[in-house]
Structure formats: structure tokens, C-alpha cells
Design a protein around this ligand. Structure first.
Ligand SMILES: Cc1cc2nc3c(=O)[nH]c(=O)nc-3n(C[C@H](O)[C@H](O)[C@H](O)COP(=O)(O)OP(=O)(O)OC[C@H]3O[C@@H](n4cnc5c(N)ncnc54)[C@H](O)[C@@H]3O)c2cc1C
Ligand code: FES
Length: 262
């Protein structure tokens, strides 16, 4: 794990309130696996104090890693205003990443909103035209253009809640439509997005006995297993068994998590 002042190479809007930032760190690039994240100090001053977690979204060459982030509050607003050439304090890569599909498996990637970030890196790493990427958004203006990430060859399907682009409805309907049919037993699913979306993915894949890994985004204070702020309930016969998303995840086998009321 690296803890460094890391130079911003670019920080630009790619959709309304959505930014792509490139940061220079050969060491983080060398150690990063899809699904892992970094903790970034959002500003150049002491305030805000706590670092914010962001998935590693892509790697460019040997030196630059990217984060794709949506402005939702104070930290991300400050982050969106820092300019290239400045340095941010970055800790990472952290957490447990995705296990890659086997060569004979048919991977489906299911992204909801900004949950697309870790899945772009996964798609880059799998780099196969056997891969189907499904991305869901509320409205067409939120769509992050995939051409930016050199994901050539794979099938990319879009869904929007309001029908302004692609399939009209939740992205999980695209997944559901692809879970029956030939090669059923070769399917494997990777997902990241809002909790209701992940709950639906868990239902669909558990019902069909399809292997599935999900990346969770909880609130995090330390990112290192020290504050207990990121606990999620495990699927366990014993009561009160919890995982720390920062250490045990953020990527989990869907069957290891409790999907009832949290
Ligand atoms: C492992 C991990 C990876 C992440 N990867 C990304 C990423 O690639 N891109 C991205 O845009 N975001 C990502 N997030 C979420 C990101 O960390 C938060 O959006 C960010 O910390 C918000 O900081 P803020 O100061 O702007 O918002 P705050 O002022 O702290 O909060 C503003 C609002 O956002 C909500 N919020 C804060 N943190 C989260 C969260 N983790 N999940 C859901 N809602 C939250 C708060 O409840 C509040 O309503 C990730 C989170 C985790 C745990
Ligand atoms: S964020 Fe502190 S224990 Fe996970």
C-alpha cells in the first residue's frame, strides 16, 4: 500500500457532475487490481480532514491511474475544482478486488450509475469480445461515453430509467433477459451500483445459481479496518457476523452477504 502526494495529470468533466481524474503513480498502477480503491484527500488544505474512497477506474500506460467520480457533497465538489499539476494525498491500492472469470466463462458486467467506475477497469483487464457490459443510468445525460476507455470489441448495452437512451427500465431487466438460454452454466456476473440494484442482481443470480461478485460502496472513514464504520452483515447462521467493506471487500461473492433488511 502506497501513501503519497500524487500529481494530478487531468481532471475533466465527462458528464454533468461527473469527472474523470488521472493521477500519476507508477507504484499504485503496478499494484492495482480491478475492484480495488484508493482513499483520496479531497482538497489541498487540511479541510476536509477525512479522505474519500474512490474505485480505480482505469489505468493509462505504466504511470497513470484514473478515478471516475460524481459530485455528491462537499469533498467531491472540492475535488472537481482542483486542477492539473497539483498534488493530492492518496492511499492505496486498498481492499479486495474482483476474481477474474475463467477462460470458458461468459462474463456479464452490470453497472448502475457511477458504479460503472470499478467495472470499466475490470472490463479493460478481461479485454474479451465474449464480455457483455450493461450500464444503467437515470437519464441519457448521465451516460459516460465508453469510447474514452478503449473497450473495443465487447457488447455494450445501455438502459435508462426514463427511456431517453437504450432500454427503457432498470439495467437489471437487461441482465434478466440474458440469464436463460444456451451456455447457462458458463455465465458469471460482476456488478456495482446502488443497493436496490445489487439486491435485484443478488436475487436473479441466486435464483439461477449463477456465480456473482458485487462491489459495495458504503461510507468509509479510514479505509483500513480501524474505525468499523463500513460494516455490512454477512450471510451467516450465527447472528451479528459483519464484514468490513474496506478490508474484506469492497468486492464480495454475492452469497457471502446478507440481503435482507440492513
Ligand atoms: C470502495 C468505494 C469506492 C467508491 N468508488 C467511487 C467511485 O469510483 N466514484 C464515485 O463517484 N464515488 C465512489 N464512492 C463513493 C464516494 O466515496 C462518495 O461519493 C464520496 O466519499 C462522497 O464524498 P463527499 O464529501 O462529496 O460527500 P459527503 O458530503 O460525505 O456526502 C454527501 C452525500 O453523499 C452520500 N454518500 C457519501 N458517501 C457515500 C457512499 N460511499 N455511498 C453512497 N452515498 C454516499 C452521503 O450520505 C450524503 O448524502 C466509493 C465508495 C466506496 C466505499
Ligand atoms: S472504513 Fe474504517 S473500518 Fe472500514
Amino acid at each position: 500500500m502506497i501513501d503519497r502526494e500524487t500529481k494530478i495529470i487531468f481532471n475533466r468533466a465527462v458528464a454533468p457532475d461527473t469527472f474523470l481524474m488521472g493521477l500519476w503513480s507508477r507504484e499504485i498502477v503496478a499494484g492495482a487490481r480491478p475492484g480495488q480503491f484508493v482513499m483520496i484527500k479531497a482538497g489541498l488544505s487540511a479541510d476536509p480532514l477525512l479522505r474519500r474512497p474512490f474505485s480505480i477506474c482505469a489505468i493509462q500506460g505504466n504511470d497513470v491511474f484514473c478515478i471516475l467520480y460524481r459530485v455528491v457533497g462537499r469533498g467531491t465538489k472540492i475535488l472537481s475544482r482542483v486542477t492539473e499539476g497539483n498534488r493530492l494525498s492518496v492511499l492505496g491500492p486498498l481492499g479486495r478486488g474482483f476474481d477474474f472469470p475463467k477462460a470458458d466463462q461468459k462474463p456479464f458486467i452490470v453497472a448502475g450509475g457511477i458504479g460503472i467506475a470499478p467495472l470499466i477497469f475490470l472490463a479493460q483487464a478481461i479485454n474479451s469480445d465474449n464480455l457483455t457490459f450493461m450500464a444503467g443510468y437515470r437519464h441519457k445525460d448521465e451516460i459516460v461515453a465508453m469510447e474514452k476507455f478503449s473497450l473495443s470489441g465487447m457488447e455494450i448495452n445501455i438502459a435508462t430509467d426514463d427511456g431517453t437512451a437504450g432500454h427503457h427500465g432498470p439495467v437489471t431487466e437487461l441482465l434478466e433477459a440474458r440469464l436463460d438460454g444456451p451456455d447457462e452454466d458458463r455465465r458469471v456476473v460482476f456488478a456495482c451500483g446502488p443497493l436496490p440494484m445489487l439486491e435485484r442482481v443478488a436475487d436473479l443470480t441466486n435464483d439461477s445459481c449463477i456465480p456473482c461478485q458485487v462491489s459495495l460502496e458504503t461510507t468509509m472513514a479510514c479505509g483500513l479496518g480501524a474505525c468499523l464504520g463500513c460494516a455490512v452483515k454477512a450471510a451467516s447462521k450465527e447472528t451479528d457476523v459483519y464484514y468490513h467493506v474496506c478490508k474484506d471487500g469492497p468486492v464480495f461473492d454475492v452469497k457471502t452477504l446478507y440481503w435482507g433488511a440492513r
